[in-house]
Design a protein. Sequence first.
Length: 260
Amino acid sequence: MTHKLFTSSISHLLAGTALLFCSATTQAKGLFDTDPADGGLYLSGFVGAGFPNDANFSGQQDPALGSPGTAGAAADISASFDNDVYFGGAVGYRLPYKFLTYLQPRVELEVSYLDTDVDGGAFNDGDQIFGGSQESLYIFVNSFTDIIWSEDQAIIPYFGGGIGIGVIDNDITYFPNNGIAAAPTFGVQGQDTGLASHTTLGVSIPVNDKLEVYGEGRYLLTLDVDDERRFIGGGGEIFNADVDDNLDGFSLTLGLRFKF
């Protein structure tokens, strides 16, 4: 009897679950409805300003022979950067449909670049004179969604982002501000590749059937950039510590999009 009651209860539960699933699927079907829209390939290019946030590299000293430092001591280097030119280009494809009535997706392969100078910093919260530069090369796979409610819309907002890699090349140099050193004595140096992403908001302005002008703002992030602190006094490059940080910043750019 107990077995029959258990079996009956399970049967009713499964039947009820199936009915709920079918009902939910029927109600949600509209989410996957699409409307035809003009799509196709395009090329785009942009230029503007990049605003890198401060880097805060951290590590633990493990000085090789000939390098000043104390094994096990902190190696915390902060660096600030100038704002500089950020530019790039992409090949993209606008999908030939809209979903939820107003949303038309695009996908892109993008390459972009930022080269910025160091304008300050500190080692272990000390008083040092900083210089050097940081180069950032990005390769992104992007996904954007245009918000289109009219065929003759003058301004088309869009949102989206991308994921890919950031190739970061650091040459951050510094020396104590004590009037003795005449040349940099330490540096955060090296090239590393990290997982990179961006989140973007923008607007497009159609000029004609083939050309669009666009402007956008984005937040950029590259994770786990690993470099070395090196003693470079006297022309050498002697290892002192492994240091790492997540690097981020913002950009504002203007671009052109040519549709085929």
